[in-house]
Design a binder for this molecule. Sequence first.
Ligand SMILES: Cc1cc2nc3c(=O)[nH]c(=O)nc-3n(C[C@H](O)[C@H](O)[C@H](O)COP(=O)(O)OP(=O)(O)OC[C@H]3O[C@@H](n4cnc5c(N)ncnc54)[C@H](O)[C@@H]3O)c2cc1C
Length: 403
Amino acid sequence: MNQQTYDIIIVGGGMTGASLAIALSGHGLRIALIEAAPLKVDTVPNYDDRGIALALGSQRIFAALQVWDSMADQAESIRHIHISEQGGFGFAHLDADEEQVLALGYVITARNLGAALLKRLSRLTDIDIIAPERVQWVNIEDDLAHIGLKQQTLCARLLVAADGGNSFIRQQLCFDVKRREYGQSAITANITPDQPHDNVAYERFTRNGPMAMLPMTEQRCAMVWTVRDEMVGEILSLNEQQFLNRVQQQFGWRLGRLQRTGIRNSYPLSQLYVPDTIKPRAVVIGNAAHTLHPVAGQGFNLGIRDVAALAEVVLQGIRSGEDPGSTVVLGHYQNWRKKDQRRVVQLTDALVRGFSNDILPLKLARNLGVLVLEGLPTARHLIARTAMGMQGRLPRLSRGLPL
Ligand SMILES: Cc1cc2nc3c(=O)[nH]c(=O)nc-3n(C[C@H](O)[C@H](O)[C@H](O)COP(=O)(O)OP(=O)(O)OC[C@H]3O[C@@H](n4cnc5c(N)ncnc54)[C@H](O)[C@@H]3O)c2cc1C
């Protein structure tokens, strides 16, 4: 069997893997991108209708990667974030003007985001796209990582696992994983209310779980509603009007009457976290390294920061004559990313568990907490910087600089 040699093999053509291939292109590297599904927007599993809230820092990365221009028309800006609890007295808000930015972030469907990534990829001649092909085995040796496809084997100095929450590469290489089950699922639908959303992203904590209503183009809103697993079947079986009534009950009337809904989808939720994301010649990134509850819309934002940091560290290493799969280069990456990954995983988990509880003192504490937050501009600023993905040491791409 012939063996093709690369500098870097990326497994997974979802939003994380495709973004990394684009970031590494143009620097004289031999790169392979392997995806199990045909690499088209209608076939890659997660290029679906879910609304993705992109933090400002993520938008800057896409601008630096020259992908933003083909997304901008389908993205709606978030200028305000409004956080409240059903039946509670506290609320808090974050505001773009207060942060002196045009937008705190943007909302775009995963489908449109995926389409923009694939369009850019199709113009890059230095990436071998191997799809549909599923990696069947992995073997790491001192100087190279080897992988097996159906009819061929490939090897590279660095193997990047961007193959999602059920990562095959992660399992084969025995990365340690921490998991938490929530017994919750997300129901998503794009909903049209009768009042303009005015670029406000609402995060509402309800007795039945948190609900986000994010501003989208054409005056639609991307709804993400977290419910207990046992409620999913019943909610999905409601007819359109019953469903809208149920969402209205949970969300309230801030956007007037909810008039229309698009396709409903559901996603079982759990948390997965890989504390050590590197091994010799291999690294796990994106959902393969951390799969989050969507309550704070941080999953992909964390993944794209992995991409920006990994591309920077690898290219820096290569320029100084280092091996991109060496533990020295990968160690730089891990040291850089660890704090952000751990913080976002912990914050998301705390939000899910803190707001999934109806015990009165906890409820009171939550409402007092958001009221205090509302009165403390410095705390609000810190939270806004975190939500915008602009905390800590920023990769060059997040600052709009080329690699
Ligand atoms: C309801 C919901 C709402 C969300 N909202 C937001 C949000 O507002 N903001 C945000 O930042 N994030 C959000 N997220 C998270 C975001 O969707 C994910 O973080 C993102 O899709 C992960 O992308 P990925 O490329 O890392 O993984 P995936 O999308 O899982 O991609 C992995 C790819 O690897 C391929 N693959 C798997 N195994 C193999 C193999 N053996 N060989 C070859 N290929 C393989 C798969 O086919 C797949 O295409 C949300 C998630 C959900 C569920």
